[in-house]
Design a protein around this ligand. Structure first.
Ligand SMILES: [Zn+2]
Length: 257
């Protein structure tokens, strides 16, 4: 039977461990590497709901994007959410493999999936570290129809944006919190930057820089990678049963009146 270790090794062949940024924590983060695997649940995060769903379905392994453990953990108890999730994983015997910045950077990973979902062509990396992508729309479009495209393609529940008064053609994307790469987007002559997790002063800066910025949300800009993870797993291990989490979705809501 396929083991957790074999799946980890295979996923690193698609999204190499060396790509991961220094501060990151990727690979098998909980569970037994020699465990046999028949069912894999794919989700953006390992939350308590996701572990419960995986356990109910009889999954042996969760493959996720965000690391279930980031920094040194000094205790594993019910007092912290990490403690509760780790306890839950180990109690129900579900392993967790996380592919994070290595998957952001890898060809076919988060940012290629995001660029593809928005219809960008001829994409190249945005940041010097390989994160993000810059690509071209086949035709110039006004900002409003592009906002509509982003909303639909990423299944957003709302968008925050700055209209810099430019049409959209050369677009930078950065799945998750990638505002730090805005200098690269400007340097690469992008008229528009799609990313997430902007603060008030970031929007002000975007306006001053003259770049349309669309904050499409952390979850929507990264969840697109789950389809790729499922596709890779099915290619590598045709015998596995693979399912995307149905309970995990956008965490917050927009109140509209
Ligand atoms: Zn993220």
């Amino acid at each position: 039977m396929t083991t957790v270790k074999e799946i980890e090794t295979y996923l690193f062949s698609r999204a190499p461990k060396e790509y991961a940024l220094d501060w990151d924590n990727v690979g098998l983060l909980a569970g037994c590497s020699s465990r046999g695997v028949q069912k894999v649940m794919v989700a953006l995060d390992v939350t308590e709901d996701v572990v419960e769903e995986a356990d109910r379905w009889g999954a042996d392994l969760i493959v996720a994007h965000h690391p279930v453990i980031f920094q040194g953990v000094k205790s594993v108890t019910e007092r912290t959410s990490t403690g509760r999730i780790l306890t839950q994983l180990l109690e129900c015997g579900v392993a967790a493999i996380c592919m994070h910045t290595n998957l952001d950077i890898a060809p076919g990973g988060v940012n290629d999936m995001l660029a593809g979902a928005l219809g960008l062509e001829a994409t190249v990396p945005l940041g010097a570290d390989g994160c993000g992508r810059v690509g071209m729309l086949p035709e110039e479009t006004a900002l409003e129809p592009f906002l509509s495209r982003v909303y639909d393609a990423l299944h957003c529940t709302g968008l925050r944006f700055v209209d810099a008064g430019k049409p959209v053609r050369r677009v930078a994307v950065g799945g998750g919190a990638c505002w730090d790469y805005h200098g690269d987007a400007v340097e690469k002559d992008c008229d528009t930057f799609v990313t997430s997790d902007l603060k008030y002063h970031d929007f002000l800066e975007a306006k001053a820089l003259g770049v349309n910025v669309i904050d499409a949300g952390h979850f929507p800009t990264e969840d697109v990678v789950c389809a790729q993870l499922m596709c890779w797993l099915a290619e590598g291990f045709p015998e596995l049963k693979i399912k995307k989490s149905e309970t995990h979705r956008e965490v917050f809501s927009y109140f509209k009146k």
